[in-house]
Design a protein. Structure first.
Length: 146
């Protein structure tokens, strides 16, 4: 991103972000009031990269045969189904030790119970986000077991 005279060219943030964050960021830099949006302004991170070390990005896939949601923070990534009957395989990856996402810690992993606590923690922000955006999938995601 860049904004001549405000954001230097080639500015990069290393926190999880989504395309949903662009609209609130542009409004923020234009001095316009925030509008209802699924994203959050990136301005605090652009101006102070250490400002939000707990930031989480959420993505959604509309296809029924895909996991449905991706929840990512600086270390973990959870791929999670849309409802309790979705046949997709949930996945949790430790991006620090497995940056290429080769070892699903909750799928068919015999040690999945050890990773379940982290997957549950990552599911929390997804439920919060679905609540905030008034998603019709909120209850089905909430009821989907890990």
């Amino acid at each position: 991103m860049r904004l001549p005279g405000v954001i230097p060219a080639k500015t990069v943030i290393n926190a999880p972000a989504s395309h949903h964050d662009l609209f609130p960021s542009i409004l923020d830099y234009l001095g316009q009031p925030a509008r209802p949006s699924e994203g959050r302004s990136l301005r605090p991170l652009i101006e102070n990269p250490a400002a939000d070390s707990n930031r989480i990005a959420i993505s959604e896939w509309p296809a029924a045969n895909l996991p449905g949601f991706r929840v990512t923070d600086r270390r973990w990534q959870l791929l999670f189904g849309r409802n309790a009957t979705n046949k997709s395989l949930d996945a949790l990856y430790d991006l620090q030790s497995d940056p290429h996402e080769m070892n699903n810690l909750v799928g068919r992993n015999p040690q999945r119970d050890q990773a379940r606590a982290e997957a549950t923690r990552m599911k929390g922000p997804l439920v919060d986000w679905l609540t905030r955006v008034n998603s019709p999938l909120l209850e089905s995601v909430r009821q989907r077991p890990l």
